[in-house]
Design a protein around this ligand. Structure first.
Ligand code: TYM
Length: 376
């Protein structure tokens, strides 16, 4: 009889779209299946049937062109189609050396930067990670299914731990918090640059392991890696990153842009002005790909190969085109800086919306893990 009930519950679960539900979760078929159905129903009601997107960014330095092309432009575009949740991940940012008295200003400036880049708070949710304590709580629970070996193999952990004197445990567990960020919202798509692909693979692994142990619940999220997946820095060799000191800032006027772009490395074989260049190996030319029209790029390509223009002219054109795209962003940022309360209100409302979803997920996780959630 028990087997028949379990099997009926399994079929019912499949019919109502819950996918596979392990036998261990079918012991009281009616109640468990109904609860699971209710959860999915509530979640899909919140997303209005759209797939959910989640992504995060650290308030650990000024926004740069790599963040903009690798992530934020994509974040904005995705709000057209998906239910998007974006997070300023301050709890991640404290895993590396930082100035506590500067952190709130950094968070505010980052919020201004992403909003000014075109993110419409009416069409997405934007909030600060620490305002939703469920992130840290879920991370703890996910730690219990995360293999230590996987964490120590993460490329970013190896990179970052090579740069500090003492390796703190937060640096090691960083990707588990990232998995918690994503899974808390049952997100299935995560727009990021290529450097986050490994963390996303680990998130999928954590979801699989948790589902295997406690029953199918978390989706396995896919990374959405856009056109600017790995923007190189001014050195033309390594990823643009604050820690490499090779960035082009996003919120900079034409003069500031020129002061950094003029130092950018171009085709190393082009030593003198009259040497012909090779745009295929030049990072400045590849940046033109994001800011310059196809027609002008074809012209620059030809002129570079024949030494018709020098690298300085090529960089001047890039600076002008970049400044033209970034000018409206800077204007919006100035406007938002003049109204800090507005930004605070957007973040508070975002946290309220995020928390409503996060607490449902965490409640389900507690229940499936046999824990009781005590109301605070
Ligand atoms: P972070 O703050 O380093 O970077 C934010 C986003 O910008 C992308 N990015 C780049 N893309 C292309 N070229 C570059 N040079 C470049 N530099 C940065 C990053 O890939 C990222 O998409 N661990 C994450 C933050 C995070 C997160 C999450 C992301 C925490 N929880 C959950 C997604 C989902 C990070 O450090 O991003």
């Amino acid at each position: 009889m028990r087997e028949v009930l379990q099997s009926t519950a399994g079929s019912l679960a499949r019919v109502i779209g819950l996918g596979y539900v392990p036998a261990s979760h079918r012991t009281v078929p009616g109640i468990r299946i109904f609860r699971a159905f209710l959860t999915r129903f509530r979640q899909s009601e919140m997303t209005q049937g759209k797939s959910r997107v989640f992504s995060g960014i650290q308030p650990s330095g000024d926004l740069h062109i790599g963040n903009y092309l690798g992530a934020i432009k994509n974040w904005v575009a995705l709000t057209e189609t998906y239910d998007c949740i974006y997070c300023i991940v301050d709890l991640h940012a404290v895993t590396i050396p930082y100035q506590p008295d500067e952190l709130q200003a950094r968070i505010q400036e980052l919020a201004i930067g992403v909003l000014a880049s075109g993110l419409d708070p009416e069409r997405c949710t934007l909030f600060v990670q620490s305002a939703v304590p469920e992130h840290a709580e879920l991370q703890w629970l996910l730690n219990t299914v995360t293999p230590l070996g996987e964490l120590s193999r993460m490329t970013q952990f190896k990179d970052k731990s090579g740069r500090v004197d003492t390796i703190n445990a937060g640096l090691l567990n960083y990707p588990v918090l990232q998995a918690a960020d994503i899974l808390l919202y049952l997100a299935d798509r995560v727009p990021v640059g290529e450097d986050q692909a490994q963390h996303l693979e680990l998130t999928r692994e954590i979801a699989r392991r948790w589902n295997g142990r406690f029953g199918e619940y978390f989706p396995e999220p896919q990374a959405l890696i856009g056109g600017g997946k790995r923007i190189l820095g001014l050195d033309g060799a390594s990823k643009m990153s604050k820690s490499q000191n090779n960035v082009i800032p996003l919120l900079a006027d034409e003069q500031e842009l020129w002061s950094v772009i003029r130092t950018a490395v171009t085709d190393p074989a082009r030593v003198r002005r009259d040497d012909p260049g090779n745009p295929d190996v030049c990072n400045v030319f590849s940046l033109h790909g994001f800011f310059t029209s196809e027609e002008e790029r074809a012209e620059i390509d030809g002129l570079c190969r024949t030494a018709g223009i020098g690298c300085v002219d090529c960089k001047k054109r890039l600076t002008a085109n970049m400044a033209a795209e970034l000018a409206p962003i800077q204007a919006r940022a100035a406007e938002l800086r003049a109204h800090p309360d507005r930004v605070g209100e957007i973040l508070r409302e975002g946290a309220r919306r995020a928390r409503a979803i996060a607490s449902v997920t965490l409640g389900n996780v507690y229940e499936r893990m046999g824990l009781e959630r005590h109301e605070s």
